[in-house]
Design a protein around this ligand. Structure first.
Ligand code: TPP
Ligand code: MG
Length: 571
C-alpha cells in the first residue's frame, strides 16, 4: 500500500510507485506498458498516486509489446528523450525483444523493464498465487534481451529503486546510446520504501564523447587534399547543427554524399551533393572516404572501394563493437556524437578553403553532371503506370505533403530517393536489424510527441501485418493520434523474392508460377482493418486517382484529427 502523507518525511510508497516517481524526476514523460500479474503493486501505486494528485509519467496501455518498444523508439526520435517501457515477465519481454534489437542497432536509448515472476511460493506478500508464476520462471530471463542491452540488472531490494534508475538512465544516454534492461521481481515491488528524495535530480550524468581535436584536424587535411573525396551517411547528421555543417561542408568542397541504404536522411534531397542511393561511380575512384555513422557503408561484394583509399569512420561507435564481423577498413576512427563531429570537421575544413580551389571547381562541374544523370533515371522510375511502382507512389506522396511540416517513417514503403525531403531526419527507415513491424508504432510514438505534425507511416503490406495493425489502430484511436498511413500492397514479400532472384537469377524459383514462401495472397482488405477502429480508409488501384486520394486523406486528418489509411495497389 502506498502510504503517503505529504507533510511528513516518514511518508512511504510501494517500490512500484517509487519507480514511477523516480522516472518522472529523471525526465521520463511516458511509460509504455503491457501489464500482467506482475503489475499489481505498480497499478495500485499508480491509482493511489492519481487519487493523491502525485505527478507521474503517463502510463499508457499498449496492447502489444513490439508496439510498446517501437513507440518509445519513435518518441526518442521526435524528442531526443529516453523513455521507459514495462512489459510482463519473460513472455512480454520475448514479444518486446525485437524492439530491443532494433533500438540497440539504432543507438536509441530507453529503460526497458519487465516483471520477474515471484521468487517465493508462499508466506510473503506478493508470493506466487497462480500457475503461471511457476510457468514463467526462467533461469536467466535477462538472456532474452542481454545482447541488445548495454547494461542490465535485477532489482534486489526496494530501497534500491532510486539509485538503480539513476544509473540506468545515465548509461542508456551515454555515448553510444542504447537500451538498458531492468528486471522487477514482484515481491520487491510490493514492499514499501520512503518517498523522501525521489523527486531530487539524478545523482549521475551520462558520459558524452566529444571529437578528438587532433583526429578532426587530420580528417580535415585528408579530405581537403583529396582529389575525389566521398561522404557516406546512413543514420543522419546527429543534430540540426550537424546537418547544417555537413550541407555546408559538402557544398563548399563539392563532395558527393551517398545515402546508400540510409535509415535517416543526412542531406537535403535537392542539395547539389546528394547522390542518394548511388555509390557507383564515386566509390571506385574515391581516394578519401568519410563514413558518417554507417554500420555497413557499402557492400564489399558489390562495390569496390579503391584499395589505396583512406577511410575515416566517424560516429558514436565507429567500429560498431557489438557486432562480431564488420571488417571495413578504418585508417582514422573518430568516436563522438555524430553532430558534434560534423560541426568540428566543418570548422577545421573551413580554414583550408582558400587552398585547393581548382580541384573544387573541377569537382563541382563533374558532380553536377553525375547528379543530373541520377535525377533523370529517378524521373523515369517515377512515371505513372499500371500497376503503380513504389517510386511513383513516393513521388506523388512527396508532392502531397510538401510544405506541411511532415515527418515520414518508412518500412519497405516509399524510398528516400523518390521523395523531396529537406529537413534533418525528415525521413526515417527501419534500423539495419530489420525487425519488421517497427514503422507504424514508431510513427505513433513520434505523433505523441508532436500531435500537430503530419506524421506519415509508409510501409509494405507485409510490414503492416508485422506491426500488429489491429493493435496500432486501437492505440491511434485511444490516444487520438492522427497519422497518415500508406500501405503499398503487392500481396507479397517482395524483398524476399528479390533476394532469391539475386542469388538464383535463372533458378527454379525464378521460373516458378508462384515463388515459394513469398506470396501473401489472398490479400486482406486492409481498409476494413482500419475501419474496425473507425478510421478513414481508402484503396487506390489507378495512378490517376492517387493525388486526390492523398489530398482527401490529409484533409480528413486536418479536419477530423484522426488516422487516415491509404492502401495503394502496386506491382
Ligand atoms: C520480424 C521479421 N520477420 C521477417 C523478416 C524478413 N523480411 C525482410 S523483408 C520482408 C518482406 C517485407 O514485405 P513487405 O513489407 O510487403 O514489403 P515488400 O518487400 O513486398 O516491398 C521479410 C519477410 C524481417 N525482416 N523481420
Ligand atoms: Mg509486400
Amino acid at each position: 500500500m502506498l502510504k503517503r502523507t505529504d507533510d511528513t518525511d516518514t511518508a512511504e510508497m510501494t517500490a512500484g510507485a517509487a519507480l514511477f516517481t523516480r522516472l518522472k524526476a529523471l525526465g521520463v514523460d511516458y511509460v509504455f506498458c503491457n501489464s500482467g500479474t506482475d503489475f499489481p503493486p505498480i497499478i495500485e501505486g499508480l491509482a493511489e498516486a492519481a487519487a493523491k494528485d502525485v505527478d507521474l509519467p503517463e502510463a499508457l496501455v499498449i496492447p502489444h509489446e513490439h508496439a510498446a518498444v517501437s513507440m518509445a523508439h519513435g518518441y526518442y526520435f521526435a524528442t531526443g528523450k529516453a523513455q521507459a517501457v514495462i512489459l510482463h515477465t519473460n513472455v512480454g519481454l520475448a514479444n518486446g525483444a525485437i524492439g530491443a534489437i532494433n533500438a540497440a542497432t539504432d543507438h536509441v536509448p530507453m529503460i526497458l523493464m519487465s516483471g520477474r515472476t515471484p521468487v517465493m511460493e508462499k508466506h510473503r506478500f506478493g508470493a506466487r498465487t497462480v500457475p503461471i508464476a511457476w510457468g514463467q520462471e526462467m533461469r536467466d530471463q535477462t538472456a532474452l534481451v542481454r545482447e541488445a542491452s548495454k547494461w542490465d540488472y535485477e532489482l534486489r531490494f526496494p530501497e534500491q529503486v532510486g539509485e538503480v534508475l539513476d544509473r540506468a538512465i545515465a548509461i542508456t544516454n551515454s555515448t553510444p546510446k542504447g537500451p538498458v534492461y531492468l528486471s522487477l521481481p514482484r515481491e520487491v515491488l510490493c514492499e514499501n520504501v520512503p518517498a523522501e528524495g525521489l523527486e531530487k535530480p539524478a545523482i549521475m550524468q551520462p558520459s558524452i564523447n566529444g571529437p578528438d581535436a587532433a583526429s578532426i584536424e587530420l580528417a580535415a587535411r585528408w579530405l581537403a587534399e583529396a582529389q575525389n573525396p566521398l561522404i557516406i551517411g546512413q543514420r543522419g547528421a546527429g543534430h540540426q547543427a550537424g546537418f547544417e555543417a555537413l550541407a555546408r561542408l559538402a557544398d563548399d568542397w563539392s563532395i558527393p554524399v551517398s545515402q546508400w541504404w540510409a535509415c535517416s536522411n543526412i542531406i537535403a534531397s535537392d542539395h547539389p551533393s546528394n547522390v542518394g542511393w548511388a555509390l557507383d561511380p564515386f566509390i571506385s575512384k574515391a581516394d578519401v572516404i568519410l563514413v558518417v555513422n554507417c554500420l555497413a557503408p557499402w557492400s564489399p561484394d558489390i562495390h569496390h572501394a579503391h584499395p589505396d583509399a583512406k577511410v575515416i569512420h566517424l560516429g558514436p561507435d565507429p567500429l560498431f563493437s557489438r557486432f562480431p564481423v564488420r571488417n571495413f577498413r578504418s585508417d582514422l576512427t573518430i568516436a563522438c556524437e555524430t553532430g558534434d563531429g560534423l560541426v568540428a570537421l566543418k570548422e577545421a575544413m573551413h580554414g583550408r578553403l582558400h587552398r585547393h580551389v581548382g580541384q573544387r571547381m573541377r569537382r563541382r562541374k563533374e558532380l553536377a553532371g553525375e547528379v543530373e544523370k541520377i535525377r533523370e533515371k529517378l524521373t523515369r522510375q517515377e512515371a505513372p503506370g499500371h500497376p503503380m511502382t513504389k517510386a511513383h507512389v513516393a513521388r506523388v506522396l512527396s508532392k502531397a505533403i510538401e510544405g506541411k511540416r511532415a515527418q515520414v517513417v518508412n518500412e519497405l514503403g516509399c524510398p528516400l530517393d523518390n521523395m523531396t525531403i529537406r529537413e534533418h531526419n525528415g525521413w526515417r527507415q527501419e534500423p539495419h536489424s530489420g525487425g519488421l513491424g517497427w514503422g507504424l508504432p514508431c510513427a505513433l510514438g513520434m505523433q505523441i510527441a508532436d500531435r500537430d505534425r503530419l506524421v506519415v507511416a509508409t510501409m509494405g503490406d507485409g510490414s503492416y501485418m508485422f506491426a500488429n495493425p489491429v493493435v496500432c489502430h486501437q492505440i491511434a484511436e485511444a490516444l487520438e493520434l492522427p497519422l497518415l498511413v500508406v500501405v503499398l500492397n503487392n500481396s507479397e514479400w517482395g524483398a524476399v523474392r528479390q533476394s532469391v532472384l539475386g542469388l538464383y537469377p535463372d533458378g527454379y524459383a525464378a521460373k516458378a508460377n508462384r515463388m515459394p514462401l513469398t506470396s501473401l495472397q489472398p490479400s486482406p482488405d486492409f481498409t476494413k482493418v482500419a475501419a474496425g477502429s473507425r478510421h478513414y480508409a481508402v484503396r487506390v488501384e489507378q495512378a490517376d486517382d492517387l493525388p486526390q486520394a492523398f489530398a482527401d486523406a490529409i484533409r480528413h486528418i486536418e479536419e477530423k484529427r484522426s488516422l487516415a489509411l491509404v492502401e495503394v495497389i502496386i506491382g
